[in-house]
Design a protein around this ligand. Structure first.
Ligand code: C2O
Ligand code: CU
Ligand code: CU
Length: 565
């Protein structure tokens, strides 16, 4: 089988060496400010020659805009679902209230706008957003629905780093797809695509200036891992993990990037001549078993034309230097204080089970317990510093992700020395290879909510959909307000401003407000609405509506009618 793969690789080289053609790398457009309008939709894109491919996108025909957040700002997101299907949008890596998190419980029906908001407290870094509907994540993510979030903060701004988006600061989202004969994606029973898409571009090339360049790389695959490096084996520098900048750059010639992970790297092009090129490549051949995408074979559920080979991720053409280029590597970055074993107030262990070979109905799960939407698997007390150990003496590697927090990987197989230099920063995803147990420490602060849970799961969307997921609530010991006042809400529609003002009962905090049309269909979903600003109903067609309010303390639902004139 290996010889067969080699044969394919050689024939590719033979046919393409004559004239390799590249397509210009698509750079996602950007949205800035504090209010972000996102429309999730079914669409089509000319991804390669032949038919267009049915895709999904956000304001785009594949993938979505890059959202720029400033740490400290309160951001408002309006997510309109124009799919013919319910979905959710999760803000991967963001620290926020569970009810704003966009996990499997925050379902947005078709035609509905969901409006979460939160204060950005994450460090400057590269985050992302993507669908998370239970059992539908693989399908919705595979369509191409997702996008980058770039957080800026003063600590990052104080450093001399490349940050001209699309010029010397380039987002790269890596994923691959398999196509049928009419150019449509094959999603089911396909862990690995056959053709790489770099920012939705096949055989992508980009011109980058002759200076230090920053690449923000996200693995948005179903399962495939990437062992990244450059075609001339040059040294490059890791400056950030999932949750922001490291204390200092880490020099490497290869870095592994598993599903859900982000890494920011600096690569020095100052010594390259204008007009020359260098390739960013995946050196995925000859990985140890359990590296996702190392499997032999080119077809079937676990085979792929890209498996167990080295392949180009991005062809880089060196161009002239820009004005005020970054030409030196900072020696230090930010000062991070990480959690240690001494800080831990509670410990937990999760064991990867299931996945017995030859038993297709025995998917991978945690602790022999498949995910059930109505079961809360863990309860974390607010402000605890917890150590979680994920044990994998099972049959394959997985990427573990947890919502709500950024964590510090503290040990691999019980030893801090086994934690790679490239993964020393804040993380929200960690690779758990077969025959390893990996421990992290995180603090679960700020947001308690006994009703809405956060998720932890394998970030392979096929595994997640099959139940390799669990959920936890963060609870606060401080008692909730108990006085259930008379549930009387008064509405004051203001036709001129298009806003609806709400007088809530005394001592009531509204946990959720849902605006429904007269047929009872949800048209707006407003977690913890800021009632002092009123509710913007200007986009609603004239007619009769209801708002269903859920009170925080009692979870009592109250429906109130109003007329949109
Ligand atoms: Cu990126 Cu729970 O997901
Ligand atoms: Cu997440
Ligand atoms: Cu998995």
């Amino acid at each position: 089988m290996k010889q067969f793969i080699l044969g394919v690789a050689i024939s590719c080289v033979a046919t393409t060496a004559v004239a390799q053609t590249y397509n210009t790398l698509w750079i996602p457009d950007t949205l800035r400010g504090t209010t972000f309008n996102l429309t999730v939709k079914d669409t089509m894109k000319q991804l390669r020659s032949g038919n267009q491919t049915i895709t999904g996108g956000i304001n785009n025909s594949f993938w979505g805009p890059t959202l720029f957040f400033n740490k400290g700002d309160t951001v408002h997101l309006n997510v309109k679902n124009k799919l013919n299907d319910s979905t959710t949008i999760h803000w991967h890596g963001m620290h926020l209230p569970a009810v704003m998190d966009g996990g499997p419980h925050q379902v947005i029906p078709p035609g509905t706008t969901w409006s979460p908001y939160w204060k950005v407290t994450n460090n400057a870094g590269t985050y992302w957003y993507h669908p998370h509907l239970h059992e539908m994540t693989l399908e919705h993510v595979s369509k191409g629905i997702g996008g980058f979030i770039i957080v800026r903060d003063p600590a990052e701004a104080a450093l001399t780093l490349p940050r001209k988006y699309g010029v010397d600061d380039i987002p790269l989202v890596l994923t691959s797809r398999r196509y049928d004969n009419s150019n449509q994606f094959i999603v089911q029973n396909t862990a690995y695509g056959d053709y790489l898409l770099t920012n939705g571009t096949h055989s992508a090339q980009v011109s980058l200036p002759k200076q230090y360049v920053r690449l923000r790389i996200l693995n948005a695959e179903i399962e495939r891992g990437y062992n990244l490096g450059f075609s001339d084996n040059r040294t490059f520098y890791i400056i950030a993990n999932d949750g922001g900048l490291l204390s200092a750059p880490v020099a490497v010639t290869r870095v592994k990037l598993m599903v859900g992970e982000r890494v920011e790297i600096l690569v020095n092009l100052s010594n390259d001549n204008v007009g020359t090129s260098v390739d960013l490549k995946a050196y995925n051949s000859n990985q140890t078993f359990g590296f996702p995408g190392g499997e032999a074979g080119t077809t079937g559920q676990f085979g792929s034309l890209l498996n167990n080979i080295d392949f180009t991720v991005l062809h880089i053409n060196v161009a002239a230097q820009t004005a005020s280029p970054v030409t030196a590597l900072p020696s230090t970055l930010v000062s991070n204080t990480y959690w240690t074993n001494n800080d831990v107030t509670n410990s937990r262990t999760l064991t990867i089970t299931g996945g017995t070979p030859g038993q297709p109905n025995n998917p991978f799960v945690f602790d022999n317990t498949p995910f059930v939407l109505s079961t809360i698997n863990k309860t974390v007390t607010l402000n605890q510093v917890e150590k979680w150990t994920v044990k994998n003496s099972n049959i394959f590697g997985h990427t573990f992700h947890i919502h709500d927090v950024e964590f510090k990987i503290i040990e691999r197989n019980g030893s801090a020395a086994n934690v790679g230099a490239y993964e020393q920063g804040w993380k929200d995803v960690m690779f758990v290879p077969v025959n390893e147990s990996v421990s992290f420490i995180a603090k679960f602060d700020d947001y308690a909510d006994p009703l809405h849970p956060f998720m932890y799961h394998c970030h392979f969307s096929n595994h997640e959909d099959d139940g390799m997921m669990g959920q936890f609530v963060v609870t606060s010991l401080t008692s909730l307000p108990t006085n259930a006042s008379e549930m009387k809400y008064t509405l004051y529609p203001n036709p001129t401003s298009g806003r609806l003002f709400v007088q809530a009962p005394v001592n009531t905090t509204v946990y959720y407000a849902t605006v429904c049309n007269s047929a009872g269909k949800a048209v707006m979903m407003l977690p913890q609405p800021e009632l002092n600003k009123g509710i913007d109903v200007s986009a609603l067609a004239p007619g009769e509506y209801f708002i269903v309010f859920i009170d925080f303390a009692t979870k009592t639902k109250t429906a109130v009618k109003f007329i949109r004139q």
